[in-house]
Design a protein. Structure first.
Length: 584
């Protein structure tokens, strides 16, 4: 009689059957991540994480092989339903679904949701989803039970759980020295590329950040208005614009003397007497959120918490009778960006354009142009528009389309750079050149409306891209500051009508040393606004302007402040090579 192996004690593992199971579970996360990767929208990390997280669904079918097909059907149905959200979103927007999308969805009313559906629904999208569903069903028909030895099932299940959840958490706690909450958050972020976790984790993060934002907004709403507010600009209709850049140092701008042709459009505009190029402005900190808490409020390096206790620039402009707009290509609902969203919610109308899950994704700033033109056409007699760009934020290669692949060789780059460093250096300069197109387009669209007002552009902070000293620094590090991290462009375009009504010799003021921490005073002065907290000595364009120490550094640390002007001109401060920051 031939020996027949017992089903509970197989002689060998059915690797082909295991492969079909894994392919089935991976399919619901992998297709969208593969499309994101192939399209160049995101990097490899999401694709990798989706693959590993998909192995978790092997646990129930390996523990209960008799119910493999029914268990896989139930799990697959849930994964399929969840995956349709992310796949449809990619099909429409070519972006990855994230908690920012959830925020925008809940901020939209039913009518807006209907408009979006009618605008973007198409037969092609429906056919694509049907084909996607058919492949999922086909994969399910290939599934068969994979039976492990009884004593092996639990160890294998524990191993899969440990590799996907316990080990990453341990690395965050021990290797990265994070606390329990931060470690758990990092593990959750790693789970986001896989369904259904992108919905579960995304919604949890949305609720958490929404609660934080609402608390901040409640604090802001409780603040008393500015006292003795006066507007010397009369009642004539006007439109004022503030364009906030990102991670752009003026040391890589041809407009400021850089050797590469990175700003052809702004160079041409500089010949216009209406454009003033301020030469000597620095930022107080090299991180977006911390900078915004100063340049959009009365906070500064010596009083960093005033953003919590006094009205913001947005509050000021609304109190002065302006209809306020916030158009942003920055991420919306992330832990770091909650403060930005809070500032945006202090305006009357908001347009959120970047719903990517992470910054390493293609999201081009030209998307701000249509909503900017729409805001310009708004019938409100007094408008204040803030446009927040993604600028030249890391990863630089995602900041510009292929048509702006202008710098591709070593010409103009420091000789000491390696080939890999030259590639990064070129990525950044291409991003600066694309940023030149976006900023100049905003100016041109603004000027084409024959406005009464001004447009001010500055970057939140700079970036050291092998620019200083021995050309060995990349990124931003407040603990080892270099000049390129703080030197920012500061451009002011004034309309002829506004200049005629508010005459001042701006070109004579262009070389004044200034910190953007006091921007609210300059903007108030330009707009003709005065109030109790206004200090003309802190306005870059005022006759009473007084030069003061330009403090940089962390104001919450003992001895954390340093004078920018004492930074070395040629060599960076001592620090390890290649300092790259993940903070904005």
């Amino acid at each position: 009689m031939a020996n027949t192996a017992s089903p509970s004690t197989p002689k060998r593992v059915d690797w082909a059957g295991l492969g079909w199971l894994l392919l089935f579970f991976w399919y619901f996360s992998g297709v969208t991540q593969a499309l994101l990767l192939v399209s160049g929208t995101t990097g490899f990390a999401g694709f990798r994480d989706a693959f590993f997280l998909s192995t978790l669904w092997l646990v129930p079918v390996l523990l209960l092989p008799r119910f493999t097909r029914s268990t896989a059907a139930v799990i697959g149905l849930v994964l399929w339903a969840a995956s349709l959200v992310g796949l449809s979103y990619f099909g429409i927007y070519r972006q990855e679904f994230s908690q920012s999308v959830i925020f925008v969805m809940f901020e939209s009313n039913t009518a807006e949701a209907g408009e979006y559906f009618s605008q973007y629904f198409s037969v092609g999208l429906m056919l694509g989803l049907l084909a996607y569903t058919a492949v999922a069903v086909l994969l399910w028909t290939r599934i068969r039970p994979v039976t492990l030895r009884l004593r092996s099932r639990i160890p294998v299940a524990v191993l899969l759980l440990a590799l996907n959840l316990v080990l990453p958490f341990y690395k965050q706690m021990v290797t990265q020295e994070r606390n329990f909450t931060d470690a758990a958050e990092k593990v959750q972020q790693r789970m986001e590329p896989a369904v259904p976790w992108q919905l579960v984790v995304g919604y949890r993060q949305y609720r958490q950040q929404l609660d934080n934002m609402q608390n901040l907004l409640a604090q802001n709403a409780a603040l008393p208005p500015l006292q003795n507010l006066q507007d010397s600009s009369g009642q004539a209709p006007r439109t004022l614009v503030l364009v906030l850049g990102e991670s752009t140092t003026r040391e890589h701008m041809h407009l400021y003397g850089y050797n590469r042709d990175t700003t052809p459009n702004l160079d041409a505009l500089a010949a216009d007497k209406n454009l003033t190029v301020f030469q000597n402005v620095v930022t107080p900190r090299p991180y977006t959120i911390e900078v915004m808490q100063q340049i959009l409020t009365f906070g500064d390096e010596e009083h960093p918490d005033r953003f919590l206790t006094e009205p913001s620039l947005m509050n000021l402009m609304k109190q002065a009778g302006y209809k306020t707009f916030w158009i942003t290509n920055q991420q919306t609902m992330t832990k770091r960006n909650t403060m930005l969203t809070t500032f945006s919610q202090q305006t009357d109308e908001q347009v959120y354009l970047n719903n990517q899950r992470n910054q390493n994704a293609s999201q081009y700033d030209e998307v701000v142009l249509p909503p900017f033109e729409k805001a310009l056409q708004d019938p409100a007699p007094k408008k204040f528009i803030i446009v927040h760009l993604l600028g030249t934020h890391m990863d630089y290669r995602y900041r510009y389309p292929d048509t702006y692949q202008h710098f591709t060789d070593r010409q103009g780059a420091p000789a000491a750079l390696t080939d890999d460093q030259v590639e990064t250096y070129n990525f950044y300069d291409n991003a600066v050149r694309y940023n030149d197109f976006v900023v100049s387009s905003l100016i041109k669209r603004y000027s084409a409306t024959t406005p009464n007002g001004f447009l001010l552009y500055l970057s939140d902070h700079g970036e050291d891209v092998y620019s200083s000293g021995n050309h060995d620094r990349l990124g931003r590090n407040e603990g080892a500051p270099t000049r390129p991290m703080y030197t920012v462009p500061f451009l002011l375009w004034t309309s002829p009508s506004w200049q005629a009504e508010h005459p001042r010799d701006l070109q004579a003021m262009a070389k004044r040393p200034y910190s953007s921490a006091h921007l609210i005073h300059t903007l108030s002065d330009l707009a003709g606004l005065s109030y109790t907290q206004y200090e003309p000595a802190k306005s870059l364009v005022n006759a009473q302007f007084t030069e003061a120490t330009r403090w940089i550094g962390d104001p919450y640390r003992k001895d954390g402040l340093h004078a920018f002007d004492l930074l070395p001109q040629d060599t960076p401060a001592p620090a390890p090579q290649q300092v790259a920051s993940s903070q904005q």
